[in-house]
Design a protein around this ligand. Structure first.
Ligand code: G6P
Length: 476
């Protein structure tokens, strides 16, 4: 066992920071992309403990280190593991399969073998880092085999698993040649958490059908006497932290500067996403473009800023998407732009959180229109930053957040006319209507923050019984 063991351990594919090496060879650390890190970082700061993950670069074996008060345990990946485990099985097979096959998933046996090998490496590291009887919390689709592997190595641990992305309908999940192995991997946990109730129920049904275990409501009864619970825990953000950031004078000043540099438009429409085909960027740009070309919105009155954070750039589908968006934005700006007046400002870059908060403060309309999304924390971040009760949120029905954020303008992103109508309504909303909706959204987001989520999951993880007797087992 390692010298520095921890009572609480998080395992995620990524560490909360990526190592960035500048051309002059100096190294800095940058917050890793995506909602998982946004959500979990404040939890770890509160709980303490170790975070096991990859630091974002291939072929480097770093020693454990401390960063911003967190104990980080880097797991190395070779170049070919990045290709086969991360870009391949995680993001070329599981990601599209779990997101309604929006892009076709690829199934390759070599990718699967590497996924198994890398999952084992993460499990072994956790087994070495966890103190006796520690709580270990495994995160997301990249590490679905870790719970069972870890249980074999360390049966003393309490093991939780949380899936940040959707869990697919049973019909789609069945496509996976390794469906049984994945289900068995997850069943190594005491508690398996999902974003939505429907996802937890999909999982339970699949376990019954494909693995043959008995189930009852949210419980799976294993032949060895263990009980595995599967439940929904809709994730959130550090809402107070975002609000505090949005209130800083320098963020307010920066928000004003952003509006000014865009020509002080009447309406600023904003999208912020990882550049990912699940996010519905094409449909959104088309809808906004048509509002301009139809004449419903005048090019002098509204600008659309789309921030697209670079992501998984070597994966084919992401390369195609990038070209597609470049073309779409270029064509629209070419067709209806004027000198000094472009309808779409497209930024292919990642920004620090303060800059995001300034964007949120500056935006009159926030458009979050994924084709499928486990939760979508950008929607919640926007709401948390609008302590002034202003601004409108246009939100896809297919984001997990739609179940909670009922006061948003909800849209079906496949329905371009419907999106245009909702966008127009949001663009035209007066201060009273904005405030009515935003107050209701804020009540939801500020009350259901990340602490509530983490406490809910961790107290269930610590409370559930691990065994069943003949008496508590459901009748055959
Ligand atoms: C989503 C996933 C995370 C992932 C993040 C960023 O939020 O649920 O597991 O870390 O995207 O993606 P990346 O591939 O850059 O880690």
């Amino acid at each position: 066992m390692a010298k520095n063991t921890a009572e609480f351990v998080v395992i995620a594919n990524r560490l909360p920071v990526d190592r960035v090496v500048a051309p002059d060879g100096t190294t800095t650390w940058r917050t890793s992309p995506g909602g998982l890190v946004t959500a979990l970082e404040p939890v770890m700061r509160r709980e303490g403990g170790a975070w096991i993950g990859w630091h974002g670069a291939p072929d480097e074996d770093l020693k454990p280190f401390e960063h911003g008060g967190l104990q980080l345990e880097p797991v190395p990946l070779s170049e070919s593991e990045v290709v086969e485990y991360y870009e391949g099985f995680s993001n070329g097979t599981l990601w599209p399969l779990y997101h309604d096959v929006i892009a076709p998933p690829s199934f390759h046996r070599e990718w699967w073998e590497t996924y198994v090998r890398v999952n084992r490496r993460f499990a072994e590291r956790a087994a070495a880092v966890a103190a006796p009887d520690a709580v270990v919390w495994v995160q997301d689709y990249q590490l679905q085999l870790v719970p069972a592997m870890l249980r074999e190595l360390r049966p003393d641990l309490r093991i939780g698993f949380f899936l940040h992305i959707p869990f697919p309908p049973t019909e789609l999940f069945q496509q996976l040649p390794w469906r049984k192995e994945i289900l068995e991997g997850l069943l190594g946990a005491d508690l398996v958490g999902f974003q939505q109730n429907g996802a937890a129920q999909n999982f339970i049904r699949l376990v019954r059908q494909r693995v043959g275990h008995k189930t009852h409501r949210d419980a799976v009864y294993l032949p060895d006497g263990r009980v595995v619970m599967a439940r929904a825990y809709p994730i959130s953000i550090d809402a107070a932290g975002f609000e505090e950031m949005a209130r800083r004078p320098e963020v307010i000043a920066r928000a004003a500067e952003i509006r000014e540099s865009l020509g002080s438009p009447k309406v600023l429409v904003l999208g912020i996403d990882r550049l990912d085909y699940t996010k519905g960027l094409r449909q959104r740009i088309r809808a906004f473009g048509e509002l301009i070309t139809d004449g419903a919105v005048h090019v002098d009155d509204a600008v659309f800023v789309q921030v697209a954070t670079p992501s998984r750039e070597r994966v084919q589908q992401y390369k195609l998407l990038r070209d597609d968006i470049d073309r779409l934005v270029g064509r629209l700006n070419g067709d209806v732009g004027r000198i000094g007046q472009q309808p779409v400002t497209y930024l292919h870059a990642s920004y620090p959180r303060e800059e995001m908060a300034a964007f949120y403060r500056a935006a009159d309309v926030m458009v979050v229109t994924p084709l499928r999304d486990g939760m979508n924390l950008v929607a919640k971040e926007y709401v948390a930053c609008r302590y002034d009760d202003r601004g409108s949120l246009v939100l896809s029905e297919f984001a997990g957040a739609a179940a909670e954020l009922k006061a948003a303008y909800q849209v079906n992103p496949y329905d371009i006319n419907g999106m245009k109508a909702a966008l127009l309504e949001a663009i035209k909303a007066g201060p009273k209507e904005q405030s009515r909706r935003m107050k209701s959204l804020r009540k939801q987001v500020m009350e259901n923050d990340i602490d509530l989520w983490a406490n809910g999951f961790l107290s269930d993880l610590n409370a559930e019984p691990t065994t069943h007797t003949k008496r508590t087992r459901p009748v055959e």
